[in-house]
Design a protein around this ligand. Structure first.
Ligand SMILES: *Cc1c(COP(=O)(O)O)cnc(C)c1O
Length: 956
């Protein structure tokens, strides 16, 4: 490869490509690289330092049984976890179907017609709902948002942080007695409440609507199998967590949250929405609707900054619902509720005071002055209870609760379960689904008195009526359903995914192994610190390593996507200026080439976006930068740049850019999504950055999950450390903050966000070591430059740096070919599917181009196959230019080619079927056929359908 590029050594190539001015003088100070065996032993040792108790803390996180068939074949299956976000719908029909199942499940259970897939966590979803209500309800600019005091404290903290950044007030009030006076734009309720109460919200909802306010209800999805859903009570929006649908606790995340809306709000929905459209032959086909890449189009006007969501976890939760079906879910809910009732009965008999008498799974108990002692006694007996305050504890049951657990917990309070009460919660385990048949006939009928809540709140409407929730009832069926869907998709387990800006590298099996170990996965995020020593040591080490790699002084692993890291980092800048008496500094300069989330995040952090021009060769336009700095001399807050730039080039002027902004009193945010071009070679904290976020789901080997999970740590220089995200339950029964400051604004519900996937990055860094990480960066540079050099004669490379070199990715410019032939970059992307490849990044950062990032993980043979495909495609473009095929009849415009099209008896195209399906020889042996042909996205946006279509839709 070096020969092809004309370099004698990798060092020479790297020294030429990477500007000397940014190179770090010393190498990385990291522990020596360890083998797979060593790191697995190390992880076992850390896992062993955690103490696994039965988790009855609740507060939004519940124990659950992940059905083993789903654990192994979704969560632990590379076919699912290595997939990319489904921007290329033709190769994503499997995961799009699973996500559509998720949306249908949420819509049915909440009683609202449109749900997205998915939100990053419950608390941030609630904050998004507040923003949605403010956008959609134009009633009055000074109308307040009022949130019920009976919300989880972490949710109140996150909503307050968001509101504070945007300069509006939220009032926390007890809404059980009605609404406060004055203009209100929206209210937020929670069902069941923080205290476990199942409440009838219909009166307050009606009052809110009367007064022109919108209503959000945060609802526990499992409880909605028994309780009247928010949609039926008139709520506009429902949000919540789907964790207890088979997703492990994971010490706080990743979990998929949901957001559902009534009709009329679908176009202001944040996050991803899967919709149904049709392909070229009119077959129903799924694709992302409306909001696809909306930040790239709408930038600072985008609905939200959410890009990476929680696809893998949403898929897991949806499969849990597919497997259990409505009867199974209801059985689980009834069993959970019956256990809560059994405990409540025992406690009352023992003279223990219950705070609430209407509840679903959570019993809040008054133990004056003894809360700590009771929690300690329970812990000794093996149970974690929630310490609410010195006088109050609560117990939350879940799917995993057994009669023995109920008896033992009752005993902690001095209560006993009598045998009749206990037999009322004895269930028969369904041998096929693992689900549970309904408790008693009386409960099944929803007869008044069977539930410990108002009979008026008993749900009577049907849910999960679609056949998909009724057709998979054995493990054999589930295994085959999962395989069938996975086979429709292209993920990293089949092909390189050469996505510029997204770094789709190997997610090694050894890195993945630990995440489902119970000693990591079974820990509740608010478990006491003395039970989480292993987790905290792992996190502390990873924090130290990432600080060393980035050259900063502090870091928070809390943000659970790159976008959230951006928000947290910009918020730190904003708060720093405020603390220094510079409230006027609210301008954020963002180059035109930036990733769309940058602008969207800046707005959420309360900043105003000013765009800085790029020069025609892709650098920051220094003259424009100086002009913008001069224009905003008094109110400059920050510049937000990506390095290397989103154009895949090392800008030699970066230090100068940073110096100019610093001299004007601004801070420098360096978007670290492209760290794969820097690790071991240069540190953003050293060449001018004050803050960066990383994407652990890009550079640090966490798989992309088909669109999440992600982890977007935010790293900062010393002066910003006090403003890192804080503990959302500071002062509560949470783990101890490590380097994250207790005082900062939390961005999600738990201190360490998507902690559950951190062992992946931990294992990655530990196994690579300093030399390995540096070598990976150098290899990534070599591969990108090799692709650029080999394809340059066929497709011009748009931007280059020193001596024509690129960084870790290259942009292939199709625009001249498009002008000559009509063939678009999209045609090329779709034609690559016929060659078995996932397309490169399409139309970002420049329309009409493809951005290729091979990464260090692809071997030369795979890179050659990709080059071969691109060259063959170039020849097909030439055929069109030469008039051999009309564009409309060409294999390019008709790509991709499903089997149903190429074997059809009425093939009437001017090219052969063989050219359509087997354009290169190797495909005769290994061939991927997409299940659908090109999808008409615009049709789907005009005719929005975002729940499972009826089976008849697929006939004929
Ligand atoms: C991926 C990316 C982001 C956003 O990260 P998410 O995890 O998807 O929110 C931001 N900036 C750049 C340059 C990126 O490539």
């Amino acid at each position: 490869m070096l020969d092809a590029l004309g370099y004698a050594s990798l060092d020479e190539l790297v020294d030429t490509a990477v500007p000397a001015g940014i190179r770090s003088s010393a190498g990385l100070d990291l522990p020596p690289a360890r083998s797979e065996e060593q790191i697995l032993a190390d992880l076992r040792e850390l896992a062993g330092r955690n103490v696994l108790k039965t988790q009855l803390i609740g507060q939004g996180f519940s124990g659950t049984h992940t059905p083993p068939v789903i654990l192994r074949n979704v969560l632990e299956s590379p076919a699912w976890y290595t997939a990319y976000t489904p921007y290329q719908p033709e190769i994503s029909q499997g995961r799009l179907e699973a996500l559509l199942n998720f949306q249908t499940m949420v819509a049915d259970l909440t009683g609202l017609p449109v749900a997205n897939a998915s939100m990053l966590d419950e608390s941030s979803a609630a904050a998004e709902a507040v923003l949605l209500m403010r956008r959609a309800n134009r009633a009055g600019a000074d109308a307040r948002t009022v949130i019920d005091a009976n919300l989880f404290p972490q949710t109140i903290a996150v909503i307050r942080g968001r509101a504070d950044a945007l300069g509006f007030e939220v009032e926390v009030a007890d809404l059980s007695t009605g609404l406060p006076e004055g203009a209100i734009s929206g209210i937020v309720l929670q069902q069941p409440g923080d205290d476990g109460a199942v409440q009838d919200h219909s009166t307050v909802i009606a009052e809110a609507k009367d007064r022109g306010a919108m209503v959000t209800v945060i609802a526990d999805l499992l409880s909605l199998t028994l309780i009247v859903p928010p949609g039926e009570q008139g709520a506009d929006i429902a949000v919540g967590n789907t964790q207890r649908f088979g997703v492990p606790l994971f010490y706080g995340g990743p979990h998929a949250a949901y957001l559902a809306v009534r009709e009329g709000l679908e176009r202001s929905l944040p996050g991803r929405l899967v919709g149904v459209s049709k392909d070229q032959q009119g077959r129903p086909a799924y694709r992302l609707a409306l909001q696809t890449r909306e930040q790239h189009i709408r930038r600072e006007k985008a609905t939200s900054n959410i890009c990476t969501a929680q696809a893998l976890l949403a898929i897991t939760a949806s499969m849990y619902a597919v497997y259990h079906g409505p009867e199974g879910l209801r059985g689980i809910a009834e069993r959970t509720h019956a256990h809560a009732r059994a405990l409540a009965g025992a406690l009352e008999k023992a003279g223990v005071e219950l705070v609430r008498h209407a509840y679903f799974d959570t019993i809040r108990v008054r133990v004056p002055g003894r809360a700590a002692a009771v929690v300690a006694a329970a812990a000794t007996a093996g149970f974690n209870l929630r310490h609410v305050d010195p006088d109050t504890v609560s117990v939350s049951f879940d799917e995993t609760t057994t009669d023995e657990i109920v008896t033992a917990v009752a005993a902690v309070f001095g209560g006993t379960i009598d045998s009749t009460a206990s037999s009322s919660c004895a269930q028969s385990q369904n041998p096929i689904t693992g689900g549970v048949d309904s408790a008693t006939d009386a409960q099944n009928d929803g007869v008044a008195g069977s539930y410990a809540f108002d009979p008026a709140l008993v749900r009577t409407s049907a849910y999960l009526t679609h056949p998909i929730f009724h057709s998979v009832r054995s493990e054999t069926q589930m295994l085959r359903y999962l395989r069938r869907l996975a086979d429709r998709d292209l993920a990293l387990d089949r092909t390189m995914i050469p996505l510029g800006s997204c770094t789709m590298k190997l997610n090694s099996t050894a890195e993945m192994a630990a995440i489902s170990w119970p000693e990591f996965a079974g820990i509740h995020p608010y478990a006491p610190a003395d039970q989480t020593a292993g987790w905290r040591e792992l996190i502390r080490r990873l924090e130290d390593w990432l600080i060393e790699i980035t050259g900063y002084d502090g870091i928070s692993l809390q943000p659970n996507a790159g976008s959230q890291g951006e928000y947290a980092g910009l918020l730190a800048i904003r708060r720093y200026h405020l603390a220094n008496g510079h409230a006027e500094r609210d301008i954020c300069l963002i180059p035109a080439s930036a990733h769309g989330t940058n602008a969207a995040s800046a707005v959420l952090a309360g900043l105003r976006v000013v765009v800085v021009k790029n020069t025609p060769d892709g650098h920051i336009d220094m003259a424009d930068l100086e002009a913008k700095i001069a224009e905003h001399a008094g109110d400059l807050a920050a510049i937000m740049i990506t390095y290397p730039s989103t154009y895949g080039v090392y800008d030699v002027d970066v230090r100068e850019v940073c110096d100019k902004v610093h001299a004007a009193g601004g801070q420098v945010y360096i978007d670290g999504a492209n760290m794969n071009a820097l690790v071991g070679l240069a540190k953003p904290g050293e060449f001018g950055g004050d803050v960066s976020h990383l994407n652990l789901h890009k550079t640090f080997a966490i798989p992309h999950g088909g669109g999440g999970p992600g982890v977007g740590p935010v790293a900062v220089a010393e002066h910003l450390v006090p403003y890192l995200p804080g503990d959302p339950v500071a002062g509560g029964a949470s783990g101890t903050s490590i380097s994250a400051s207790e005082g900062g604004v939390p961005v999600v519900a738990t201190l360490f966000g998507s902690a559950g996937v951190l062992p992946i990055s931990y294992a990655y860094v530990a196994m690579m070591g300093a030399d390995g990480l540096t070598r990976a960066t150098e290899s990534a540079l070599l591969s990108a430059n090799y692709v650029a050099a080999r394809l340059r004669d066929h497709f011009p490379v748009l931007f280059t740096g020193n001596r024509g070199l690129v960084a870790h990715e290259c942009i292939l410019d199709l625009r001249e070919l498009t002008a000559a032939s009509g063939v678009t970059a999209e045609d090329v992307a779709k034609r690559l599917i016929d060659f078995g490849f996932h397309a490169p990044t399409l139309a970002f950062p420049v329309a009409g181009t493809l951005m290729v990032e091979p990464t260090e993980s692809e071997d030369l043979a795979e890179i050659e196959r990709f080059i071969e495909a691109m060259i063959a495609i170039r020849a097909e473009i030439d055929d069109i230019v030469a008039g051999i095929h009309a564009l409309e009849d060409s294999p390019l415009r008709n790509a991709p080619h499903p089997a149903a099209v190429v074997v059809s008896d009425d093939w009437d195209r001017p090219y052969t079927r063989e050219q359509g399906a087997f354009p290169v020889e190797r495909l005769r042996v290994d061939k991927y056929f997409p299940p659908v042909s090109r999808i008409d996205g615009a049709f789907g946006d005009r005719n929005l359908v975002c729940a499972c279509p009826p089976p008849e839709a697929f006939e004929g």
